[in-house]
Design a protein around this ligand. Structure first.
Ligand code: CP3
Length: 353
């Protein structure tokens, strides 16, 4: 079956790429690999281009987005690129007063604590993020046969930044609203879902061949509460997307893997705490898995990286499709040479006969 959208002008059918095939649980010539936060502070070429440029300025400048997205593809030969941006970019684009503070993360000037605060969250339109469309269109040309992953933060994770006003260990205010003011909570989740869904659609319309929903901090929630307070909103997002592979990722989600499998993604991202064979059992049939080498392993000598990576590949065979990745983002102190060697190892060792 061919789909006009997957044919690249250079004559390659992106649907044949190992990454998209693994997401769709089809046989692959080798295990595909990319790394969360593959573009970023572990790359000297990234640090150079970012010198003196604030994060949110970089995220709204098409030339910089294209160059930074390409850097890890050139250096590592990964099987997918991830669009250089941040989860708070669509919120900034609709006028939420926030910044990304180096070494801290997103900081919001007026945290949302009541119904009035919701008014700041109007729907997003393509004209709010022209630089996203422009950069993705340029990238699909530059990338040739390498698929581009678009992404967004999920409503819980975005909600936590908006309610707390910044990064949070326990998500106290967030959970206080969730349990104490469920109507306000659902209204907030609904507004965020509308923004997230449209932001992902904009990226797909511009040329992204897959999307990842980052619900990084959702591991803080118990399964029954996930079902009640978060699942309906995540489902609406996945159901509303056009037919591209959808990846769903969170950290510390061992107990949530079953219910995450119900949210509707094609691929469930797994952190390093649960071995992939056990994760496959918890997620259930009909899903591919992505993960899950502990990013800190890359700080150890190569022999350790190799041993641990082979273990992940072996455990990943229990999944119906496996996209190799880390269990969370690349740590800033990672030696890029380790990631280059790891990419080669996954391609060699993950070759299926
Ligand atoms: O993965 C990639 O290479 C694509 C780019 C990307 C960034 N942020 C760039 C970035 C992606 C996919 C994100 C997603 C993101 N942003 C998430 C979900 C993924 C995850 O890590 O769980 C979250 C929670 C955020 C919020 C955020 N933005 C944090 C926690 C930070 C780090 C703060 C710090 O400085 O330690 C940011 C800033 C950020 N986003 C940087 C990058 C490269 C670092 C800023 C810089 O280089 O100045």
């Amino acid at each position: 079956m061919t789909d006009a959208r997957t044919w690249h002008p250079c004559g390659v059918n992106l649907a044949d790429s190992a990454f998209l095939r693994a997401c769709r649980r089809q046989p692959v010539p080798h295990t595909p690999v990319w790394y969360m936060r593959q573009a970023g502070r572990s790359l000297p070429e990234y640090l150079r281009i970012r010198e003196g440029v604030p994060m949110l300025t970089a995220c709204s400048t098409p030339d910089m987005i294209v160059e930074i997205t390409m850097q890890p593809v050139r250096r590592y030969g990964v099987d997918a690129a991830i669009f250089f941006s941040d989860i708070v970019v669509p919120l900034k684009a609709i006028g939420v007063d926030l910044d990304i503070k180096p070494g801290v993360g997103p900081v919001v000037a007026d945290p949302i604590r009541d119904a009035r605060g919701l008014e700041a969250l109007r729907p997003i339109e393509p004209d709010d993020v022209p630089y996203v469309t422009e950069a993705i269109q340029a990238l699909t040309g530059e990338l040739g046969g390498t698929p581009l992953i678009g992404f967004a933060g999920a409503p819980f994770t975005l909600g936590s930044y908006l309610i707390e006003g910044g990064p949070s260990k326990n998500h106290d205010h967030t959970k206080a609203m969730m349990y104490g003011e469920p109507k306000l909570w659902h209204a907030l989740m609904e507004r965020l879902s509308t923004i997230v869904l449209e932001h992902l659609r904009i990226q797909i319309a511009a040329g992204a061949s897959a999307v990842q929903l980052f619900d990084s901090w959702v591991g803080a929630v118990a399964p029954a509460d996930y079902r009640e307070f978060i699942l309906p909103h995540t489902r609406r997002i996945f159901e509303g997307l056009p037919d591209v592979p959808r990846i769903h990722f969170g950290v510390g989600t061992g107990e949530l893997l079953g219910v995450l499998g119900e949210a509707g993604a094609d691929v469930v991202g797994v952190d390093w705490r649960v071995p992939l064979d056990e994760a496959a059992r918890r997620v259930g049939p009909g899903k591919a898995l992505q993960g899950n080498l502990d990013p800190a392993v890359l700080l150890a000598p190569w022999e350790v990286v190799e041993r641990k990576a082979r273990e992940v590949l072996r455990q990943g065979r229990a999944a119906e499709g496996h996209v190799f990745n880390l269990g969370h983002g690349v740590l800033p102190s990672t030696d890029p040479d380790q990631l280059r060697r790891l990419t080669d190892l996954v391609h060699e060792a993950g070759r299926q006969s």
